[in-house]
Design a protein around this ligand. Structure first.
Ligand code: 5GP
Length: 132
């Protein structure tokens, strides 16, 4: 059965798109740990990030770097942090989480509340700053 993220890539489930190329997709996390929390995924459905080939992992990392640079330009955090966990969704993904203050609680357990209108506006703002 297709993962929820494959359904998102195929537009069977809606998401707030941040960036896309032929092999990767980036979209806002539905339960953000911070404003701009973005997931970068390979279109190829593989559960465990480190089961990707070295080339696929390198390409996903390079895609994530471009998305992170866009987050930095659009939202001006101190920097953008990275978390890889993958215990909830069995489709490899890299969490990009902007860090706005030195004391920000940087964890997937901490969620902020944003409505759909704010998420849509945010995705558009970020996507304009990403150069793939
Ligand atoms: P992990 O698998 O690394 O624990 O985290 C999975 C992440 O995917 C979570 O942060 C969760 O909020 C996010 N997520 C789960 N389902 C959806 C969904 O349907 N849409 C979006 N945009 N994010 C999702």
């Amino acid at each position: 059965m297709a993962s929820i993220f494959t359904k998102i890539i195929n537009r069977e489930i809606p998401s707030f798109t941040v960036a896309e190329d032929d092999k990767h997709y980036a979209f806002l996390d539905i339960n953000p740990a911070a404003r701009g929390h973005t997931l970068c995924i390979p279109k190829k459905e593989v559960d465990y990030l480190f089961d990707l080939s070295a080339e696929e992992l390198s390409e996903l990392t390079q895609f994530s770097q471009k998305v992170a640079k866009g987050l930095d330009l659009a939202l001006e955090p101190i920097r953008t942090g990275v978390i890889v966990e993958g215990m909830e969704v069995p489709h490899a993904h890299i969490h990009l989480i902007p860090i706005y203050t030195p004391t920000q609680n940087f964890s997937l357990g901490k969620k902020i509340s944003m409505d759909e209108g704010e998420m849509a506006e945010l995705a558009e703002t970020i996507s304009k700053e990403i150069r793939l």
